[in-house]
Ligand binder design. Sequence first.
Ligand code: CP3
Length: 344
Amino acid sequence: MAADKTILKALAGETQPTPPIWMMRQAGRYLPEYRATRAQAGDFLSLCYNSDLATEVTLQPIRRYGFDAAILFADILLLPQALGADLWFVTGEGPRLSTITDQGGLDALKPVADIHETLNPIYQTIRNLTTALPRETTLIGFAGAPWTVATYMIAGRGTPDQGPAHALKAENKAVFEGLLDRITEGTIEYLSAQIEAGAEVVKLFDSWAGSLKGADFDKYATAPAKRIISELKARHPGIPVIAFPREAGDKYIGFHAKTGADCVAIDDSVTAEWAAEHVQKDGCVQGNLASSHMVTGGDALVRETKRIVKAYGNGPHIFNLGHGITPDADPDNVQRMIDAVRGA
Ligand code: CP3
């Protein structure tokens, strides 16, 4: 591991004159080269499980833009699939899964020790990347946080308000908590195997953390993150972890200390100035340009990018969007953002 990698320096708490930069969903449909490789693979899941093609799409945004980090090309829903859920993607709509709503559904899941049978190609992608990436580029592995993964496993699809998961939590807490535990244990094994294969950092995506309020947030977002992070750090001393409790609002405050995360990723529903004052004082932050700027571009993109760099300028910061780049984004706007960050 090169000690001079800018992402690792930020994660170690170093303030740098220019923040390192990568982008959520940087390998994705806004890039023509991604669409071509995806067509070659046939469909999204075949692309995830084809180590050679998944390596190729992970490298595409590194070649085009020279980002400071590459994120493994995979999906948070591969873990449910490895645990025995049926998973498929409906073009233009999103993921579909078999649902878990009772004890029988929970009991039918595979043991956590069996996930690697399904996930081995993902570890192979990571091994490929450890030799294929430029030496200055940091390789990030990832998984979904238990609550976010559970919302998909319970509803069988993405939901605007995570209603079915909230309903199961209210109506059958034992099954709900049993499912969260199973996902938590699976996530520890999955991320641990990613680290063994060569991931230098791991990120936990809690995309729907914002719908957990009050004590539920502490119990189902903070506590599982803490358990996963402490177990990973016990097994792999020094492994840096980025946590992304999206739309956590005030609950971003103290999230580093409560979970042991080295970096907290911030979405764009809060300002960089607010997060610099209340969250960055505890450690590295990542974020948080609104991804809509990748569609609209112009002066506003450059102005906002510079404002965010300045707001976080007195502490450790990794520049990123507040959420994933969307398929309608203009690849030229990504270059404009990078130039604005690097002062070109
Ligand atoms: O470049 C990267 O960021 C790495 C790869 C990555 C993907 N998904 C690839 C992907 C990562 C880190 C994810 C995380 C993920 N997946 C999350 C958490 C982050 C977030 O966006 O909130 C979630 C909730 C998922 C589940 C998921 N995967 C959904 C809801 C969808 C459909 C919506 C959509 O954008 O199409 C996916 C599909 C998906 N995952 C695509 C990609 C590139 C698009 C698939 C395609 O090529 O058709």
